[in-house]
Design a protein around this ligand. Structure first.
Ligand code: CAA
Length: 260
């Protein structure tokens, strides 16, 4: 599919989606949300894609938020629609069922950080800056930030980040658990790929079940989440991958998972 505001490349099981509006620091306008929605559909449907990396074009920005020139025209009803639409697209990112990594190469602000929070994992350049500055524009986060930041880093961190609207360093984001790993900018891609290669070497069905148990389970009472876990644990025991993984351990060799 042809995209106006993003690039989609795929090789060796890894799709890389690069948001490509460098002149406006990759801000998310309506067209870009449509592109993102279609690109994640394409990646979900493509059996050759096993992991998705999401990043921003250029060295300065991952995504500097929703496009403020579009937001400036909002009235109450269109603002509600805009937030609902962004939430739908980010829900698609969150629930695509394959591992997703936001590789934060620069500013991740507002809707940009919200997009990164919808991914399963986040890596960042040490030079990246992130935050939810919406209150400085007289609005609140509208693409799920109040909910996902709270779930990822806890209500204390979410309150500080959202109420101050301040920008935080990658080191601070790492310290409070907003990002999983940080790397000097020149090592960001290699460091992210190392994490991705670990995931690619594991049982593909098991990885997908683990994502489902964590994502769906985090919105359930613990006991129900544990029942979901035992159901998926049982389903994993029906796969050839389980026999391959355990057989390889016993025979002291590397597993050759087929995703079956
Ligand atoms: N929307 C539209 N355009 C944006 C943008 C955004 N979110 N962020 C940056 N740009 C544009 C600038 O307007 C500028 O365009 P022009 O050259 O045409 O003037 C260009 O990108 C470069 O930006 P700056 O000149 O501002 O670059 P800088 O290095 O001086 O500052 C920055 C960088 C600190 C990231 C600053 O651009 C900034 O504060 N951007 C806005 C960040 C923001 O508030 N994001 C939240 C948006 S609200 C939201 O996302 C709501 C939601 O939850 C859904």
């Amino acid at each position: 599919m042809a995209y106006k505001n993003l690039l989609l490349e795929s090789a060796d099981g890894v799709a890389t989606i690069t948001i490509n509006r460098e002149k406006v620091l990759n801000a998310l306008n309506d067209e870009t949300l449509t592109d993102l929605s279609n690109a994640f559909d394409e990646c979900r449907e493509d059996a050759d894609v096993r992991v998705v990396i999401l990043t921003g074009a250029g060295e300065k920005s991952f995504v500097a938020g929703a496009d403020i020139r579009e937001l400036a025209k909002m009235n109450p009803l269109s603002a509600k629609d805009l937030a609902y639409r962004g939430q739908q697209v980010l829900a698609k990112v969150e629930h695509m069922g394959k591992p997703t990594v936001a590789m934060i190469n620069g500013f991740a602000l507002g809707g940009g950080l919200e997009l990164a929070l919808a991914c399963n994992l986040r890596t960042a350049a040490t030079t990246a800056r992130m935050g939810l500055p919406e209150v400085s524009l007289g609005i609140i986060p509208g693409y799920g930030g109040t909910q996902r930041l709270t779930r990822v880093a806890g209500p204390g961190v979410a309150r500080e980040w959202i109420l101050t609207g301040d920008m935080f360093t990658a080191e601070e984001a790492h310290r409070v658990g907003v990002v999983n790993r940080i790397f000097p900018p020149e090592e960001l891609l290699a460091g992210t790929m190392k994490m991705v290669e670990s995931i690619l070497s594991r049982g593909p069905i098991a990885v997908r079940f683990a994502i489902e148990a964590i994502s769906r389970g985090s919105n359930m009472p613990q006991r129900e989440g544990e029942i979901l876990e035992s159901d998926l644990f049982g389903l994993a025991a029906s796969t050839e991958d389980m026999h391959e993984g355990m057989g390889a351990f016993i025979e002291k060799r590397k597993p050759n998972f087929q995703g079956k």
